[in-house]
Each structure stands twice: as structure tokens, then as C-alpha cells.
Design a protein around this ligand. Structure first.
Ligand SMILES: [Zn+2]
Length: 158
């Protein structure tokens, strides 16, 4: 489901260029994307990586713009997953929600959506066939972390 949803959205809203721009895709879907500078926090006062909310019925994504750019991109894609997969109006994400060790079904689904959106399976295969075959070069091509790229390659069985 998450992966198929991401594929459908890529088909409709992606211009085919790498790296995929999740903010642009969100805009295409009518989602407002805003930067946060650490002012959105959890109950312990620690800054969140991002959140998805509905405000007056309008979808809004906020992401922590003080984190590394690769992380910001993943956050936007993950929050967009919550929207597209209709997970409901309020998701607040701490760092651990993006972990591969997270077993919350909504978080896993949003992560799978984000991985397909930012690292489309066909684009990964294509780049590898063109000789882009180190973890670092692939991560750079998709503008994701090497950690995210490594997980992606394992899931794709590469
Ligand atoms: Zn989440």
C-alpha cells in the first residue's frame, strides 16, 4: 500500500529529476509545507523532527529546518506519507519514529512511503546499471543519508 501509493504519486507529480523534491510534490498535492526551527517539541521539551496536522481542514507539514538537509527531506516525505495514507490529522515525529526498529504500523508505513518516494525503485536500478554503484554516490544522487540508502538497497534485495 505505502509503496504503491508512492509510485502513483511519483507518476503524477514527479518531473523525473533526481533528487526527488518532496516539498514540490507536497505542493502538487495541495499540502502546505512549513519550516520549524526547533520550536515544536515533545512533552520533554525536545525538538521534533516533524509533524503532520490538519488546520481548518487543510493539510500542513512542518519539518525541523535545523536538522541536516538529508534528514529534512526524509521528514517531509515521511509526513507526506501520513497524509497520503490517511493516517489522520495529527502525527508528531521524534527521531525514533524514522528508525528501522520502529514497529508502529503507521510509522513503518510512512517510512516505506518516504523510501519509495525519495529513492524510487526504478531510479535506483537505473543508476546502478549506469555504474553508480557505491553507497556514497547513490546516497548523493538521491540526496539521502547513507543509512537510508543502505536500508533501501537491502529492502530492494540489492
Ligand atoms: Zn510519523
Amino acid at each position: 500500500m505505502p509503496i504503491q501509493s508512492a509510485k502513483t504519486i511519483l507518476k503524477e507529480y514527479w518531473d523525473g529529476r533526481l533528487p526527488v523534491d518532496p516539498v514540490r510534490i507536497a505542493a502538487g498535492l495541495g499540502v502546505r509545507v512549513e519550516q520549524s526551527f526547533g520550536e515544536i517539541t515533545n512533552n520533554a521539551g525536545q525538538p521534533l523532527s516533524g509533524e503532520f496536522t490538519l488546520e481548518s481542514g487543510c493539510p500542513v507539514i512542518r519539518y525541523n529546518a535545523t536538522e541536516a538537509p538529508v534528514r529534512q527531506r526524509f521528514t517531509v516525505a515521511h509526513e507526506l506519507g501520513h497524509y497520503v495514507l490517511r493516517h489522520g490529522p495529527r502525527h508528531r515525529d521524534e527521531a525514533q519514529n524514522f528508525s528501522i526498529d520502529n514497529y508502529d504500523i503507521y510509522e513503518v508505513a510512512a517510512n516505506n512511503f518516504a523510501a519509495e518516494l525519495l529513492m524510487p525503485a526504478e531510479a535506483v536500478s537505473y543508476l546502478i546499471s549506469q555504474g553508480v554503484n557505491t553507497l556514497q554516490r547513490l546516497a548523493d544522487s538521491f540526496n539521502v543519508s547513507t543509512v537510508a540508502m543502505n536500508i533501501r538497497l537491502k529492502k530492494l534485495g540489492i
